[in-house]
Design a protein around this ligand. Structure first.
Ligand code: FES
Length: 195
């Protein structure tokens, strides 16, 4: 009888100790799982292009960075190949290969001309530029052809994210990997396969 009682008490003590160990280690175990934010931060992001009107853009987050998706209007597209613009750009041919995937090395820096996908981070010191489609904006300069303006130190980029000459930013904006899932959906974070 006495032995059975002792065994019973030992069992209770073991269970209590085991439960205590699990509770004590919970924060540690939880820390081993990636947080929801970490899981979503690096995951590819799908964008429904039907929500973006011509001449407008939206901002999405990918890997903790702001990404612009711009649907360029016909007028914006026409301006991108004008000689008067090309001669004031540092790298109109996108020769700096680190700034875009190979499939975006063209005047539009995109897979399809009308859709631009670009990182919204200035290549000077990392400020977020401002979308300024207003041609001739006086606060930027009367000859402003429209594009992106960084208010931190006045760097300028065109509607393809190509940097202007004589500004602090050294290179074009970075085009992130992306691909088309269908005519109206892109996925940012996964590269288009080259054919
Ligand atoms: S951070 Fe954009 S111009 Fe300096």
């Amino acid at each position: 009888m006495e032995r059975r009682r002792r065994n019973f008490l030992v069992s209770i003590a073991s269970i209590t100790a085991a439960a205590g160990a699990v509770i004590a280690s919970w924060p540690f175990l939880a820390s081993l799982r990636p947080s929801a934010r970490a899981r979503s931060g690096g995951a590819p992001v799908k964008v429904d292009l039907r929500k973006i009107e011509a001449g407008h853009q939206i901002t999405v987050a990918w890997q903790g960075k702001p990404i612009w998706v711009l649907r360029r209007s016909d007028a914006m597209l026409q301006r991108l190949t004008k000689d008067s613009l090309l001669e004031i750009l540092v790298d109109p041919e996108s020769r700096v290969s680190s700034q875009q995937p190979a499939y975006a090395r063209n005047p539009f820096r995109s897979i399809r001309p009308e859709i631009l996908v670009t990182t919204a981070i200035c290549t000077h010191l990392g400020c977020v530029p401002v979308f300024r489609p207003d041609i001739g904006a006086r606060d930027i300069g009367g000859d402003w052809p429209g594009g992106y303006f960084c208010p931190c130190h006045r760097s300028k980029f065109d509607f393809s994210g190509r940097v202007f000459k004589a500004v602090p930013a050294p290179t074009n904006l970075v085009i992130p990997p992306h691909r088309y899932l269908d005519d109206d959906t892109i996925e940012i974070g996964v590269s288009e396969k080259l054919t």
